[in-house]
Design a protein around this ligand. Structure first.
Ligand SMILES: NC(=O)c1ccc[n+]([C@@H]2O[C@H](COP(=O)([O-])OP(=O)(O)OC[C@H]3O[C@@H](n4cnc5c(N)ncnc54)[C@H](OP(=O)(O)O)[C@@H]3O)[C@@H](O)[C@H]2O)c1
Length: 219
């Protein structure tokens, strides 16, 4: 069987790092390219690290000629400072990457969205994530997989007070996340990454949305 090539965006992030580690360890992948602002401190014969200007992703269009693109990038409104900057990263870079990938004939585009994504939402974060999901439907891929995690658990270098608070709240009071609230139960970045790789390898056709609780249940 022919081996696969992957491109990872957001490779230095919580989910992205896990995806990269899983892909380079996987015998079905022969090459893993990452487009980064700062390089990962790992080397591996399958890993190609390309420093990119995300405002000019078209300069790296060749890198999108792969089987699977894993888009794990994103920022926060706090880091981005303005709503416009946040949208430029989470929507602009993701859709530009998807357009380049579609242009290069990539089969599978897998992207991390968020629980509650909805282009008609009154919450800006959810609205932007929903706009990404809507715009991905307009592009031509064999498969698009949208992952909608709840709060992500895992070690990150950046301290995020709100997320840390929610994390300790959820681990101390897990019984709160049952019944209809089950879908809000926090999920580890590793679990999301693992599902992303699994879905890419399933080779299905179509547009799929994977909800947080389904991801936790192995769905
Ligand atoms: N945090 C949560 O609880 C949560 C919940 C649901 C969904 N999500 C979504 O899940 C996705 C992945 O989250 P995560 O926590 O794994 O991400 P993360 O750890 O915050 O990492 C974000 C990644 O995006 C890259 N990035 C950020 N701003 C960029 C910019 N201006 N230009 C180029 N690259 C940029 C970062 O690169 P650098 O290392 O160069 O900054 C990093 O690789 C995001 O879309 C996020 O919105 C998060």
């Amino acid at each position: 069987m022919e081996k696969r090539k992957a491109l990872v965006l957001g490779a230095t992030g919580l989910i992205g790092r896990e995806v990269v580690n899983m892909l380079i360890a996987h015998d079905q992948y022969e090459r893993v390219t990452v487009l980064v602002r700062r390089k990962l401190d790992i080397t591996h014969p399958k890993l190609i690290q390309v420093t990119a200007d995300f405002d000019r992703l078209e300069q790296n269009s060749e890198a999108f000629r792969v089987d699977d693109v894993f888009s794990c990038l994103g920022t926060t409104i706090k880091t981005a400072k303005t709503k416009e900057n946040f949208k430029k990263v989470d929507h602009g870079y993701t859709i530009k990457a998807a357009e380049l990938a579609a242009g290069q004939g990539t089969s599978n585009f897998l992207t991390v969205s968020a629980i509650g994504a909805d282009s008609k939402s009154m919450f800006f974060y959810n609205k932007v994530k929903g706009m990404v999901e809507d715009d991905l439907k307009k592009l031509s891929f064999k498969a698009v997989h949208v992952f909608q995690p709840s709060l992500l658990l895992g070690d990150r270098s950046e301290f995020r007070r709100g997320e840390k608070f929610a994390e300790s709240f959820s681990t101390k009071l897990p019984f709160l996340f049952t019944g209809p609230l089950r879908k809000y139960r926090p999920i580890s970045g590793r679990q999301v990454a693992s599902r992303m790789v699994e879905k890419a390898l399933q080779n299905k056709k179509g547009y799929f949305v994977h909800r947080s609780d389904e991801l936790q249940n192995g769905g």
